[in-house]
Design a protein around this ligand. Structure first.
Ligand SMILES: [Ca+2]
Ligand SMILES: [Ca+2]
Ligand SMILES: [Ca+2]
Ligand SMILES: [Ca+2]
Length: 418
């Protein structure tokens, strides 16, 4: 048997894992699958051979096993061959001339005790057993009861932040409980630790310190394994949205991490002193886009189609960045705010009167706004707002389970609107 030397065949014997994962990804547990496309590495190979060679051609070998509810035996490790199941019937015989032959043993149910399945190969000479070889097998299963698939876990808002995953699992046969080994995916930039003890039926897995990269949040796999058997659960790891314990320092976590995603746009910075969602301000040298504390929230005004959370942030980036580009690039107010005055902006629309006609949108120097407010901007709507809203980059709302990069708690992937 694969991985078992001749002198270990009866003790400790071989190990086969219960095949209840899904290697071919067809949503059928492989144990119940008639065909595992591409082969299944959970099946354990057993090689049938006899020595010496040169035995009479009429000699046969016969394969039998105990524990039929615990193991099945197949010719191929895909459980399928020539358009049909490759399962082998108990007591199958082979001519010695056909050896060596490889069989594949699948675990179908866990052992009740160590070595309680016996696979026997008998050499038959003129129908009588003249030699036999035995290998004892333990069918092992490990089952994770915590975490559950898809569980959400969030770093604390403390500095450094700590994310804790509580694991528990059982092994069959139960003898293996203390030997269950826990493994969790690493998180680059965080310290992964298994508190106290990495072995046994329970574990506390911790990640300490929030990562630099937003891509380090999201799905993480936790695995429990013992004696060749394993079980996995995928959890989702989130950052505390309102915390500031990211590696960048003082910015809120939502700003730090969302700025790394497709929701961000252009060049902007965070200003916690702003009253609202964002603004374009003169920093002494240029017009710059600033995001405010309300950018990750919700606005019931219609301008942004009731965008919430990361969608509102995405609209704010696109809007304020466009304002900054207009005000800088269009040369409306080349060294503002000093030169903006009512003589050069008679309609107070933040568009220099001498430029209004050159923009090509038919803006009038005597009107702000020139056109109706189709965005429900309300107070402050002007020709400058009209130009920005007409020409800025658009945003398609974030789609949960498709876009997969909004890992704030609270937030969309976490299950809240924002
Ligand atoms: Ca499998
Ligand atoms: Ca399958
Ligand atoms: Ca004007
Ligand atoms: Ca105007």
């Amino acid at each position: 048997m694969e991985g078992v030397s001749e002198n270990e065949e009866e003790n400790p014997g071989g190990f086969v894992a219960v095949n209840d994962n899904d290697d071919d990804g067809d949503d059928v547990a492989d144990r119940l699958d008639t065909q595992v496309t591409g082969g299944d590495d959970d099946l354990v190979q057993v090689t049938l051979s006899v020595t010496p060679s040169g035995l009479p051609g009429s000699d046969q070998v016969r394969v039998t096993w105990t524990g039929q509810e615990k193991v099945d035996v197949f010719k191929t490790n895909s459980k399928w061959s020539g358009g049909a199941s490759s399962e082998i019937a108990l007591g199958k015989t082979y001519a010695v001339s056909a050896l060596p032959k490889q069989l594949n043993v699948e675990g179908d149910g866990a052992s009740d005790a160590l070595r309680d399945v016996e696979i026997k190969l008998e050499l038959l000479h003129q129908g009588t057993v003249c030699h036999s070889d035995l290998i004892k097998v333990t069918v092992v299963e490990v089952t994770i009861t915590s975490p559950r698939a898809g569980d959400h876990v969030t770093f604390s808002a403390a500095s450094p932040g700590v994310c804790t995953i509580s694991g528990s699992a059982t092994a069959s046969p139960g003898t293996y409980d203390p030997d269950i080994l826990w493994t969790a995916d690493p998180t680059a930039g965080s310290t992964l630790a298994y508190q106290d003890d990495r072995y046994g039926t329970t574990v506390t897995i911790t990640y300490t310190a929030l990562p630099q990269s937003n891509a380090q949040f999201g799905p993480k796999t936790v695995e429990a394994s013992v004696a060749g058997a394993s079980d996995q659960r995928e959890v989702k790891v989130f950052f505390p949205k309102w915390g500031t314990n990211n590696p960048g320092g003082s910015q809120p976590n939502w700003y730090y991490y969302w700025s790394q995603t497709a929701a961000s746009y252009g060049s902007h910075s965070y200003d916690g002193s702003l009253g609202g969602t964002g603004a374009t301000v003169w920093d002494g040298q240029a017009w710059v886009a600033r995001m405010g504390p309300a950018a990750p929230n919700y606005t019931s005004a219609g301008t942004w189609n009731n965008a919430q959370g990361i969608d509102l942030f995405a609209w704010m980036c696109r809007h304020e960045v466009k304002h900054s580009q207009d005000l800088n690039g269009q040369q409306w107010w080349p060294s503002c705010p000093g030169q903006r005055n009512l003589q050069t902006d008679s309609d107070s629309d933040w568009m220099r009167d001498s430029e209004e006609a050159n923009i090509g949108q038919g803006y009038l120097v005597e009107a702000s706004p020139t056109y109706p407010d189709q965005w429900n901007c309300g107070a402050g709507y002007s020709d400058t707002e009209h130009f920005c809203l007409s020409t800025q980059a658009q945003w398609t709302p974030y789609v949960v389970n498709t876009d997969d990069y909004e890992w704030s708690d609270t937030g969309k992937e976490h299950g809240e609107p924002y």
